[in-house]
Design a binder for this molecule. Structure first.
Ligand code: ADP
Ligand code: MG
Length: 288
């Protein structure tokens, strides 16, 4: 049954609002520029993962379509869209707010995609799952627990809440690995918020968890400017430094063969780590 090439499947995990969808979309957009045919699957009830690949539009989610029509192959095709440079775009969607578990909706959607061999049909090389998750809600662990993606990139800034979520993701991945699942971390992606000592904080965090930082992404106005026009930075400002960063991330992920089982830290250690860096900042400020 090897008439299809191996499809690389990666997942980006991180706290809500940390920049997963921005990174995912710029990553898939960049991949099309280097000869890769990607798909991007939003796994967040917000369902805005692929907006900047779709000219700013919200697409019908798999949850919407199955609720309205059913879950035959023909039905599911209504939730498959082609975005920038033919990137295959889908959103798992979520339950009606206040009713049902969002994670279950994600699993249901991913099962249908697998069942109908959507990626094989479209000759996809690489899939990016854009997943909301501090994985306190086990529902969002579905893409990795059920073997859709075994290669995880954790997105974080230097802020406590982002690191807290990143550490929780590491806890889950370590547990899954200990249970015999093949899921591993490919690296940390730093998405900067421009807080004090942010690079050092993320570097210390990564070191403590025994994970490499695969790319650090600066904050840039180009992100908002292109987003306002329903575009990725890759599409709108392909010559910018920021686009170069996303191209760099695409190359690094393509070439990355490293897989790690993280060593999460305790909440106390996390606080110490942040306070240590804050303290260093205060000391250096008082010296000047
Ligand atoms: P998530 O998918 O993790 O919820 P988003 O990708 O939607 O997060 O990003 C949240 C907001 O942060 C977006 O409005 C986006 O414009 C902004 N953002 C993300 N990354 C950057 C960046 N590197 N520079 C500036 N703004 C950013
Ligand atoms: Mg998102």
């Amino acid at each position: 049954m090897h008439n299809h090439k191996e499809i690389r499947q990666i997942a980006l995990y991180g706290k809500g609002g940390i920049g997963k969808s921005t990174i995912s979309s710029n990553l898939t957009a960049a991949l099309t520029g280097i000869g890769i045919k990607p798909a991007q699957i939003g796994c967040d009830p917000k369902a805005d993962s692929v907006n900047t690949l779709m000219g700013g539009k919200f697409i019908d989610t798999i949850s919407d379509i199955t609720r309205e029509y059913g879950n035959s192959e023909e039905d599911i095709k209504k939730a498959i869209f082609k975005g920038f440079n033919d990137i295959l775009c889908m959103e798992s969607g979520g339950p009606i707010p206040g009713q049902g578990c969002a994670g279950r909706g994600v699993l249901f959607a991913l099962d249908l995609i697998r069942q109908y061999k959507i990626f094989e049909q479209h000759n996809i090389d690489l899939v990016v799952y854009d997943v909301l998750g501090d994985i306190v809600c086990g529902g969002f662990a579905q893409p990795i627990r059920h073997g859709f993606a075994e290669e995880v990139y954790i997105v974080t800034s230097g802020e406590y809440m982002a690191l807290y979520a990143a550490n929780n993701i590491a806890v889950s991945i370590k547990q899954f690995a200990e249970q015999g699942l093949k899921v591993r971390v490919g690296g940390i992606i730093g998405n900067l918020r421009n807080i004090a000592n942010e690079n050092e904080i993320i570097e210390n965090f990564a070191e403590r968890l025994k994970l490499p930082i695969i790319q650090t992404i600066p904050r840039s106005d180009y992100v908002q400017k292109s987003e306002l026009q329903g575009k990725t930075v890759i599409e709108r400002f392909p010559e910018s430094d920021q686009a170069e960063i996303y191209f760099g991330l695409a190359h690094k992920i393509l070439n990355n063969k490293d897989r790690f089982i993280p060593e999460p830290i305790t909440k106390q250690e996390l606080l110490q780590l942040i306070n240590f860096n804050r303290h260093a900042e205060l000391v250096s400020a008082s010296v000047q």
